[in-house]
Ligand binder design. Structure first.
Ligand code: FE2
Length: 266
């Protein structure tokens, strides 16, 4: 049996309301037949100590990424909702989670994780903190709390002023670099249908690797952001991109692809 549901979505840092036709059971909790769902944490091949878990919000794929820091410490980038007890236990086995909200809009999974891990700290940029506090009623710590706990091969990439207060992680392990990003880069696998599909097409959200028009709007100074991004790509040479929305890219040509896209879109 089908039914129509409305979702408040945040994609590429832009909130909107969309109505989709769904099966009666929830997209968020039903694993079967949902390619965006992975029931538990899965290792990212070729990047030691980095794991992903996939859920969805209505029709949108969501990904959280766990980065093991020191022994007994793990950072969760963009905690997702509807984790389930086994996945939470798996996460807890790695140590005390630090919950990194990557921007002001990715808040859905924070209350669930904060309840599961009473001592977990929620961390976000100053620009994102007010909305996160308002939406979740949780305390939010400054990025320095995370910076002080990062090993040398993991760094926090604080974007030049973006309205959503977005931050990324850069992980240098196994002689390669992986970027963990939120709405700044999308890689949706295929075109959606209906209202969401129209919105995605209009906003240049894909399919494929993209910088959406909605994210461009979030950038306060496009030239400054463009220069910063080109410098970071040249410096890090990331060959793995792990986005919150869409498929992971593992490609030696990724730096050139990111540079081309940056020059084209910013
Ligand atoms: Fe998003």
């Amino acid at each position: 049996m089908n039914e129509r549901k409305s979702y408040s979505l945040s994609l590429a840092g832009f909130g909107f309301q969309v109505t989709v036709t769904t099966r009666q059971s929830s997209h968020m909790t039903k694993p079967s037949g949902n390619s965006s769902f992975a029931p538990d944490w899965q290792p990212i091949p070729g990047v030691d100590g980095v794991f992903e878990i996939r859920r969805s919000h209505g029709p949108l794929p969501l990904r959280a990424v766990a980065v093991q820091l020191h022994a007994g410490s793990v950072c969760v980038y963009s905690p997702v909702p509807h984790m389930g007890e086994p996945a939470l236990r798996q996460l807890g086995s790695w140590g005390k989670p630090l919950l990194l909200a990557p921007n002001a809009f990715h808040t859905l999974g924070l209350p669930e994780h904060a309840t599961a891990f009473g001592n977990a700290e929620v961390i976000a940029s100053k620009r994102a903190a007010d909305r996160i506090k308002r939406k979740t009623k949780l305390d939010v710590q400054d990025l320095d709390v995370l910076r002080n706990q990062l090993p040398a091969e993991v760094s926090l990439l604080a974007l030049p002023p973006v309205r959503s207060g977005e931050v990324w992680l850069s992980v240098h392990r196994n002689r390669r670099c992986a970027w963990i990003v939120c709405d700044g880069f999308l890689n949706l696998a295929r075109a959606s249908s209906g209202a969401l599909g129209i919105f995605i097409k209009l906003m240049r959200m894909g399919p494929g690797l993209s910088i959406s028009s909605t994210f461009r709007w979030m950038v306060k100074n496009r030239q400054q952001y463009r220069n910063w991004l080109l410098e970071r790509i040249a410096e890090d040479q990331p060959t793995v991109l792990i986005p919150c929305h869409g498929q992971i890219i593992d490609d030696p040509d990724l730096p050139a692809r990111l540079e081309r896209l940056t020059r084209e879109r910013l």
